[in-house]
Design a binder for this molecule. Structure first.
Ligand code: 9G3
Length: 568
């Protein structure tokens, strides 16, 4: 492609509203443009990377017998009403009505649509398993779209859905998807981890996320420094043996702690370690208030709490509810003498506290020498806290470390979560009607561009991995007014095209400096510069990943390029 004939609007200055490197560079290098908040256009370079990413995904999906479909974005509300999600999802789900006032959801995902398709056609176990996928635009009215393609409101997803007659069949496909995803992210050249994750409101059992390691990632990964254990911190189990101090139990004492509300304030005021404090929080679950206890130096993991309670949502009780319940502020709550009908659930660590400190349920006072079971009852002990760096790894091997990650893939075992309410059933070999057992598998295709840009850049610009670079070669003629340069550049352009290289030929009447700066910004794997030694048939080579340069004879060009592009 001749650069003078395409649309690559590069920018020198850093766009003010772009706050992460990937967003700044994808804008500056002319890959994308923002239309409005969370909504982007892919310009020629961006579209070419998307196509190469989609090709790799299609190859790996087809390799595990997933067949491609394309479903509508417009989804009749009735389908979402069948699963109840029309009512459980709020403003994040774009909704609209047609000219006849019929209601629609703008596709945020396609579980309902694919299940409605399959239930009308697949009636027998003989037609199972069946896996279908699409690469299609999704719409989610995110509260705070940010970081460009990393969190948009209109984005491209590969979403796959599988239908099975048995759990074993789903387990098998789930493992195949794990491997296919591993192949995809490896071929993209990404530094990623597959981590155990939480199914969230999607339900189902097992679920894994594929995280591109990045300090700007919104997710935190807890991984072992000496095993393959890795989990999203949301669901990382804590499997620690808390040693109980061998101390004589002392009498509970009420002490004045004027204006000491936070854990660190009370700990320093009473000169006790935060590990001695019993943090007491009042949560509101679907239908009741509940007291939740953990050690002062720990944080309650609300996702674990939701799963342990089997609630659809849990949140901190409002200050007003707490004052009404306990006639004190949230900073003074303690587990002693709580209302008998208030359920008390505690993290395992609380059981090992001896002569602890807690709120007196009276503003300005705390209790010391408080001992679980002697001074307050706990209905159940559970794993309720966020794992911490330094904790023992739950698999018993090594210590936990944290890393930040960008979620690029998420796979779920859905079971019958959708087939049941939607009447998606088949007849098994005994003629009995059963709901499909399902799985679903997503990849954030447009988000991949940003993740790769986060992992492959330097102060000069982007550095695309060979397999997904928008072009293979950037061919630059320093001075097209110089006959020998023009001649050699045109010759090499047609030679390289004849060898099926994707060439971006910078034939613009621009100063060499501008061409070089744009070339570094755009970040194609290899740059071939035709300059002062053109008459000798010698060209300058620059490898973008390493910055290394070389001089090649034009005769050896294709052979050396072959070696470069076939090298792993
Ligand atoms: C919604 C809205 C946002 C959503 C969903 C529904 C996330 C929703 C989870 C999934 C699960 C899998 C198939 C591909 C892989 C992921 N955000 N999810 O269902 F209405 Cl507004 O999408 N779906």
């Amino acid at each position: 492609m001749k650069q003078s004939r395409t649309f690559i609007p590069t920018m020198r200055e850093v766009p003010s509203d772009a706050d992460v490197k990937s967003h700044q560079l994808l804008l500056r290098a002319g890959f994308i443009r923002q239309n409005t908040s969370g909504i982007y256009s892919f310009l020629p370079l961006g579209k070419k990377v998307l196509q190469k990413v989609e090709t790799i995904i299609r190859e790996e999906m087809e390799a595990i017998e997933a067949v491609e479909v394309f479903m509508p974005a417009m989804q009749q509300a009735e389908l979402w009403q069948e699963t109840g999600r029309w009512y459980s999802y709020g403003p994040e789900l774009f909704r609209m009505t047609d000219r006849h006032k019929r209601e629609f959801a703008l596709g945020a995902t396609h579980e309902e649509v694919i299940t409605s398709l399959v239930r009308d056609e697949v009636k027998s176990y003989k037609k199972l398993p069946l896996t279908m996928f699409q690469i299609q635009t999704k719409f989610r009215d995110e509260q705070r779209p940010r970081f460009g393609l990393l969190r948009g409101r209109e984005f491209i997803m590969k979403d796959a859905y599988s239908f099975h007659a048995t759990e074993e069949s789903l387990d098998e496909k789930y493992q195949e998807m794990m491997q296919a995803y591993t192949n995809i992210f490896t071929r993209l050249g990404l530094d990623f981890r597959a981590v155990m994750a939480d199914g969230g409101s999607i339900g189902g059992t097992d679920t894994h996320e594929f995280m591109a390691l990045s300090d700007i990632g919104e997710d935190t990964i807890a991984y072992s420094d000496s095993s393959s254990y890795a989990a999203n911190i949301e669901m990382a189990e804590v499997n620690v043996n808390y040693e109980k101090l061998d101390e004589a139990l002392r009498e509970v004492e009420k002490v004045a702690t004027p204006d000491q509300k936070t854990i660190s304030e009370v700990a320093s005021y009473l000169n006790v370690d935060a590990t001695r404090l019993i943090k007491t929080l009042i949560f509101k679950t679907d239908d009741e208030l509940i007291a939740v206890l953990c050690r002062g130096d720990h944080e309650i993991n609300d996702i674990k709490l939701k799963n342990v309670l089997g609630a659809s949502e849990v949140e901190f009780a409002a200050e007003g509810d707490v004052t009404e319940l306990l006639s004190c502020g949230v900073g003074s709550i303690g587990p002693v003498k709580l209302p008998l009908d208030l359920k008390v659930i505690a993290d395992h660590s609380v059981a090992s506290i001896v002569n602890g400190v807690c709120g007196a349920n009276e503003d300005g006072f705390h209790l010391t020498n408080v001992n679980p079971e002697r001074d307050f009852a706990v209905d159940r002990y559970e794993d309720l806290r966020f794992i911490l760096e330094g904790d023992a790894s739950p698999d018993g091997k090594g210590t936990i470390k944290f890393a930040k990650g960008i979620e690029l893939g998420h796979i779920f075992k859905l079971g019958t979560t959708y087939s049941e309410p939607m009447g998606g059933t088949f007849l098994d070999e005994n003629g009995r009607s059963k709901p499909y057992i399902m799985g679903c598998y997503g990849i954030g295709v447009s988000r991949i561009l940003a993740a790769v840009a986060e992992q492959f850049n330097d102060e000069y610009g982007l550095k695309w991995p060979k397999k997904i670079a928008p072009f293979d070669v950037h061919l630059i003629a320093v001075n097209l007014k110089d006959e020998s340069q023009k001649e050699l550049a045109d010759e090499l352009y047609s030679v390289l095209k004849s060898y099926r290289y994707d060439v971006l030929y910078d034939d613009r009447p621009e100063r060499a400096g501008v061409k070089f700066a744009d070339s570094d910004l755009i970040g194609l794997p290899i740059r071939i510069t035709i300059g002062k030694r053109a008459s000798e048939g010698i060209v300058e080579i620059k490898f973008r990943q390493t910055g290394e340069t070389a001089e090649w004879q034009k005769e050896e060009l294709t052979e050396k390029l072959q070696a470069f592009f076939t090298a792993e």
